[in-house]
Design a protein around this ligand. Structure first.
Ligand code: ACO
Length: 348
């Protein structure tokens, strides 16, 4: 039995904020941001947009592709997506910034808006590794349920709403966006010749580094108190150097394990799609691994770090550009706040 990707989709806010736009507001420069991160711009959602709005849009794109919709007007796309949504058994949504904390899950909101009446729905919290964890969770649940066949896995983030815009050390790094894939359990083999879909996986975490990337306010440890006023909303606090060191090691270790456990060499991999946190992290890990940088796909220049959305956004871009051919072996790798890490091998 194989877990194959049937469709991909993405949604990115229209508003594009360049490094120069930011430099007009805080003490930074295009030169600093590019040279330290590889970021050139980010897309920022409007005030009225929430996690489920971007998630819904990415989901519709992925579902419409699954239904064979080939472009045209939006109404037809939504009809194709609504029809495909009826066949979903599961929705897993990874995010660090749900519509509301606690409940309902954002996945339930998306399930309702899609009309996916048969689908179970749940959120995953695993920082920027959320999509890798989400895809593994979905694959496991499809495998465990005899009648379950199709899952929608979404990464959707509006980190602009969790960012302290006065902290130049973090606010230049993040952007908003969502990506989605439709995962289907098929009769194809997942091992041996002709294998398809998800064929390898590494998941792990180092909770001892939890303090290095954290949102401290608003949870049960540090809830808001009656009558309290706060100047800025709960936001990401980050020890950049510590996260950088963790990320390079976790990245390289995950790639090594994926290759070793599958008994393959890097030449067998067509493309590595990393979480887009910082181009320098990718370059440092590539050097450690002795893998040429051209093997890694980077679109951080346009979208910055969109956390759990970065890998599915990248997959959708590659897929729609025809850069993923049937039979290609693709490796995804991620790390994030928590500090979880992980990756997948996928035969496209
Ligand atoms: N513009 C201009 N100068 C800046 C900026 C900025 N936006 N931010 C920091 N600086 C300054 C600092 O104040 C410091 O100045 P000083 O020397 O006068 O004190 C100088 O630049 C160097 O600062 P460092 O923090 O040491 O810069 P570093 O080279 O470590 O780069 C960075 C910072 C880019 C954040 C790096 O540490 C990093 O990439 N860390 C990992 C971050 C990451 O990947 N986070 C997300 C992972 S998990 C997830 O995706 C949610």
């Amino acid at each position: 039995m194989a877990m194959e990707i049937r469709g991909t989709g993405k949604a990115v806010p229209v508003r594009r904020v360049s490094n120069d736009d930011l430099a007009g507001k805080i003490d930074t420069s295009d030169e600093w941001i590019r040279s330290h991160t590889g970021i050139g711009a980010r897309h920022i959602a409007g005030e009225g947009t929430a996690c489920s709005d971007l998630a819904l849009e990415a989901a519709r794109e992925a579902l419409a592709m699954t239904a064979g919709w080939e472009g045209g007007d939006r109404e037809n796309r939504d009809l194709a997506a609504a029809e495909a949504a009826k066949s979903l058994d599961l929705i897993v949504l990874a995010t660090a910034g749900p519509d509301v904390y606690g409940c309902p899950s954002t996945a339930c909101l998306v399930q309702d808006r899609l009309g996916a009446r048969q689908a179970a729905a749940m959120d995953i919290t695993a920082g920027c590794t959320g999509f890798v964890y989400g895809r593994e969770t979905a694959a496991g649940l499809l495998l465990a349920g005899k009648t379950r066949k199709r899952a929608l896995v979404i990464g959707s983030e509006l980190l602009s709403k969790l960012t302290n815009w006065d902290d130049r050390g973090t606010c230049v790094l993040f952007g908003d966006g969502a990506g989605a894939v439709v995962l289907e359990k098929t009769g194809a083999p997942s091992e041996g010749p002709g294998r398809r879909g998800l064929v390898g996986s590494v998941l792990g975490a180092d909770g001892s580094g939890a303090d290095h990337l954290v949102i401290r306010r608003g949870g049960t440890r540090n809830p808001f108190k009656a009558g309290e006023t706060v100047g800025i909303p709960p936001h990401i606090e980050m020890n950049g150097q510590a996260v950088y060191n963790f990320a390079v090691k976790a990245f390289a270790d995950t790639c090594r394990r994926l290759l070793a456990e599958d008994g393959i060499g890097v030449d067998d991999v067509a493309l590595i799609v990393p979480h887009q946190a910082n181009a320098r992290i990718v370059q440092a890990a590539a050097k450690r691994l002795g893998i040429p940088e051209e093997k890694f796909f980077l679109n951080i220049g346009e979208y910055a770090n969109t956390s759990a959305a970065s890998i599915p956004i990248a997959l959708d871009e590659l897929n729609r550009a025809g850069r993923l051919k049937q039979g290609d072996l693709v490796m995804t790798v991620a790390f994030g706040g928590g500090l979880p890490f992980g990756g997948n091998l996928i035969v496209w």
